[in-house]
Design a binder for this molecule. Structure first.
Ligand code: CMC
Length: 428
């Protein structure tokens, strides 16, 4: 027998269906509650609202578990590649050898972007943040591929948009960086794999040979896997929300890039480095900064700490912390901010303020330290996050479309003025 929950409002009882997920997560289905009772639920920030049923990513924040399509993040980060994980997220299963080869080849076929995209790029001043440039270039693809605007197009055409998105993202990202430097853009070198190709577009200088470092490419590949999906976070919900109006995949993902940009979401990785540098410059007095983070009259927060869902260690942060040690060791980089980060983490984790609120380092706490060691400038950190998150956004957009989800349209409780008569300006 299916379970139900009972809700009593003013003496009247309503029976609400209970839905249980494959990992025994329980949800009360309130979809028809308003029709039955005239009442809506109120949940600012959707802290306790399941916006969808999804078969892509499982996250257990209390126990620090993250799985893509059932595979643990630890195992994928150690044994898989970003392209393989992208396939897994988007199509639901790990690819066979031939499927993976075809997927990789298809991506290579579409890495070039239309030459007119350069004209759009040229319109941005070099002061433009690369995230804004990335979002704009991504959205511009609706103009180059107008068939993407058709909400009912065939699945082969959707496949092509998915491939184009994955193929062109590193090109847009590297071009956004080159624009910030005022340097000429590099074209994709398809003799290289995904991450090496991206590195070459980022760092090659005209008439100088560039050889991607395999240590760097491997480290980036791992970081991209760790960022590839994270269920219904702010940017992913944005992608699904925009996509639910049947907007194109390019505009939906462009909206996701904008949502990711903020310092409370993907922008935190940039903020962590700014914070750690400020602490070093300020003399390294960690206690002072911890006190600032705890002071409710001070807007400062410990960036890279805390998470809406994880009330335990973020499993991605554990992997990244170890990777930071490995990468810095292999590259022979000594970075004083790594020591500050470790001390900050040690002190915070013993402090009752952070213990009581279950605030642990999140994915952004150590990722910036690796990016810095790899020579990636701080303004590009959130762009790196976006490159990683792209297959997740695509998978979630595709799932939303295939499930024929209704347009996202929350309710509100109005708290403004009651109806009143207009007062002419002469009488105000
Ligand atoms: N430093 C100091 N206090 C904090 C922090 C922090 N980083 N994070 C949360 N708190 C406190 C907060 O002040 C509140 O205290 P109180 O109960 O006394 O009012 C309590 O902890 C709960 O915080 P909240 O803001 O209600 O929690 P939330 O779920 O709305 O916010 C968060 C989650 C990630 C936005 C928040 O922890 C934060 O601002 N962290 C810093 C920014 C950051 O690192 N963001 C990256 C998130 S991971 C990458 C991603 O997936 O986006």
């Amino acid at each position: 027998m299916s379970k139900t929950a009972e809700l009593n409002i003013d003496g009247k009882t309503y029976s609400l269906p209970i839905f249980t997920g494959t990992e025994d997560e329980v949800a009360i289905d309130i979809g028809k509650l308003r029709d039955q009772s005239g009442v809506v639920t109120l949940d600012p920030g959707y802290k306790n609202t399941g916006a969808t049923k999804s078969a892509i990513t499982y996250l257990d924040g209390d126990n620090g578990i993250l799985r893509y399509r059932g595979y643990s993040i630890e195992e994928l980060a150690e044994k898989s590649t970003f392209i393989e994980v992208s396939y897994l997220l988007i199509f639901g299963e790990l690819p066979g050898k031939d499927q993976l080869q075809r997927f990789r080849d298809d991506i290579k076929t579409h890495t070039l972007v239309h030459e007119d995209v350069k004209k759009i790029l040229d319109g941005f001043p070099s002061t433009a943040h690369p995230m804004g440039v990335l979002a704009s270039l991504f959205c511009s693809q609706t103009a180059f591929y107008p068939e993407s605007l058709d909400p009912n197009r065939a699945s082969e055409s959707v496949y092509l948009s998915i491939i184009r998105s994955l193929a062109k993202m590193p090109t847009f990202a590297a071009w956004a960086y080159k624009n910030a430097l005022g340097h000429p853009a590099n074209y994709p070198d398809n003799s290289l794999e995904y991450c090496s190709r991206f590195m070459k577009m980022m760092f090659a200088l005209p008439a100088e040979p560039y050889q991607p470092d395999p240590v760097i490419s491997a480290a980036i590949d791992k970081l991209l896997i760790l960022h590839a999906d994270h269920e219904q976070n702010c940017s992913t919900s944005t992608v699904r929300m925009v996509g639910s109006s049947q907007a194109s995949i390019y505009s939906s993902i462009s909206a996701g890039i904008n949502a990711l940009w903020g310092p409370l979401h993907g922008g935190a990785n940039q903020e962590v480095i700014v914070m750690l540098e400020s602490i070093v410059k300020d003399g390294g007095n960690i206690d002072k900064w911890i006190a600032k983070a705890k002071d409710k009259n001070d807007p400062f927060r410990l960036m890279g700490f805390g998470h809406r869902v994880y009330k335990n260690f973020d499993p991605r942060a554990k992997i990244i912390k170890k990777a930071a040690d490995d990468v810095l060791g292999k590259l022979g980089v000594k970075d004083p901010i790594l020591d500050v980060a470790r001390n900050l983490e040690d002190i915070a984790l013993r402090d009752p303020y952070f213990i009581e609120r279950k605030l642990y380092p999140n994915v952004d706490f150590y990722s910036g330290i690796i990016y810095r060691a790899l020579g990636i400038p701080v303004e590009m950190f959130t762009v790196m996050f976006a490159i990683g998150r792209l297959p997740g956004w695509i998978a979630q957009w595709k799932e939303m479309r295939e499930n024929k989800e209704p347009i996202g349209r929350p309710r509100q409780i109005y708290t403004g003025q009651k109806e009143r008569a207009y007062v002419p300006i002469t009488k105000r």
